[in-house]
Design a binder for this molecule. Structure first.
Ligand SMILES: C[S@@+](CC[C@H](N)C(=O)[O-])C[C@H]1O[C@@H](n2cnc3c(N)ncnc32)[C@H](O)[C@@H]1O
Length: 230
């Protein structure tokens, strides 16, 4: 699914305005920060995207490792946080070189839908190795079967209304309808998991897993899972 990395690396219009982008990343950062177990924790955010408010996560932890596959996005992160003392920016390849049992909280938010099942399997094996024995994996925004672009659109409109960018969202939806995102989504599809399938996948790789009550971010038709090494 390398095409998805190229899409996220491009100047896409999925965030309909600066206000949307800011509200999106603020919400994600606050939701992730709520999972940080202590101020001495090492946190890894895999597939972090632009992570505009990563400093909020870093403020609640000892160290924040941002892992991003898209090279332009990663370069932007490295430039933005180059003077931040506790934020490190890595590629997925670099992340494979991290020490075993060195991460207390690993977050994978809104990424599983863009990975093939075997890519997700390999990522879970990596995270299982990196987590401390008492560590926590949080997989957010997993897409269940039978949701559609329409469901996502409705969730976005609600988020837009609550955050003051409804007019921009309506214009943005038209752009999305004509965009590479829609074409890619119908050509490549999204990887979808039912609650039971995701839990089974996590358990096969050595986690004890459960679905969280609420999803990270604005779309509550999607699912978040919490998992600990068994
Ligand atoms: C929707 S963005 C999520 C960004 C951020 N985590 C958030 O919640 O806003 C999807 C992310 O998945 C990453 N991604 C997509 N396909 C990937 C792949 N095959 N390997 C690694 N990362 C991938 C993209 O680079 C992008 O950062």
């Amino acid at each position: 699914m390398g095409d998805w990395v190229a899409f996220w690396d491009s100047q896409h219009s999925l965030y309909v305005s600066a206000r949307h982008r800011d509200a999106h990343y603020r919400t994600i950062a606050e939701d992730i920060a709520a999972y940080i177990p202590s101020s001495s924790a090492v946190v890894l955010d895999y597939g972090c995207g632009e992570a505009l408010h990563a400093d909020r996560i870093a403020a609640a932890a000892r160290k924040l490792i941002l892992v991003e596959a898209a090279p332009n996005v990663r370069a932007g992160l490295a430039a933005r946080f180059k003077d931040h003392p506790t934020i490190e920016v890595l590629s997925p390849q670099d992340a494979r070189g991290l020490a075993d049992r060195s991460v207390d909280l690993a977050v994978v938010n809104s990424v599983t839908q863009y990975l093939t099942s075997s890519e997700l399997g390999a990522l879970l094996v990596l995270i299982r190795r990196l987590l401390t024995p008492g560590g926590l994996l949080v997989i957010g925004d997993a897409v269940p079967p039978h949701t559609s672009l329409l469901t996502d659109t409705w969730a976005l409109l609600n988020f837009a209304a609550a955050n003051g960018f409804l007019a921009a969202a309506l214009g943005g939806l038209l752009r999305t309808a004509l965009s590479d995102y829609r074409r890619l989504r119908s050509r490549l599809g999204l990887s979808r998991y039912s609650e039971a399938e995701m839990i089974r996948k996590l358990e096969q790789i050595g986690f004890l897993a459960a679905r969280a009550e609420t999803n990270i971010g604005h779309n509550q038709t999607r699912m978040t899972f919490v998992a600990r090494p068994r």
